[in-house]
Design a protein around this ligand. Sequence first.
Ligand code: RIB
Length: 308
Amino acid sequence: MAGKIVILGVFVADTAYRAERAPRMGETILGNSFALGPGGKGSNQAVAAARLGADVTFLSKLGRDPFADMAFKTWADAGVKPVVTQSDDSYTGAAYIFVEEATGDNAIIICPGAAATIAAADIEANADLIGSATVFMTQLEQPMDAAVRALEIAREAGVRTILNPAPANSLPEGMLALCDYVTPNETEAEALTGVAVASVDDARRAAEAFLSKGVGAAVITLGERGALFHSARRSELIPAVDAGPVVETTGAGDAFNGGFATALARGDDPLDAVRFGCATAAISVTRPGTAPSMPTLAEVEELMAGSP
Ligand code: RIB
């Protein structure tokens, strides 16, 4: 029986521009295509987990506008339960996403809008919900105070905690000690530990730095090399899975986190949960968009059945 996942985070509307390259300052260039769709790291992770069959509640704040309508439709379609307040004084956020045509890699600016006003008091109001979860997960697109308070409440209640430290930001003293798992990519791992991550050995050194700050296990995602799981007892590189040609890597980290949380919540061993997260991410990068690229449980199981 799968446990319950509670995710705190942000929904934004993704505006994605595909082009050969990013414009320089003061320059206008012609792009190849444009797409508008649902995004935001926390919301993407919630959609990923729900499509994989998890029981997911998403905590956030929106405006009252067409992008908020898009959020509610996205969650209803995926089966995410929203616990969301709507502000009349702000707007639902948006993200500018440049996607490089040749590689599918991206660069992003996000404006969280109303979600930038999520406060510790909003989290207190949902303490029972957070405390009732099997797994609690958050990222760093909403205010830090809210993330810290939610991790404290989850930790006090014995809930397993995952911090996806994206985008990288300086963390308050003691925050990492509230985390059973941190799931940075190479860039975020370097920003948070000071260890440049160019190899798997570097990732291990960065993971050790996380452990020394009280993290239970560091899971450092390494793109096409896979993900390193590193705890005091075990350290293993889980190789990436090939699910076909890469179309867009935006949201791959969210797919990984959604898959990882889903597998942990249903009681998988953490290394198996990393494998499940890697397979989820592998499928998501073969499709455009973020939330719309998240695979179903059947798709991930089929891919894993065919992988070594
Ligand atoms: O991780 C990808 C997400 O980051 C995008 O959906 C964008 O909205 C930003 O939040």
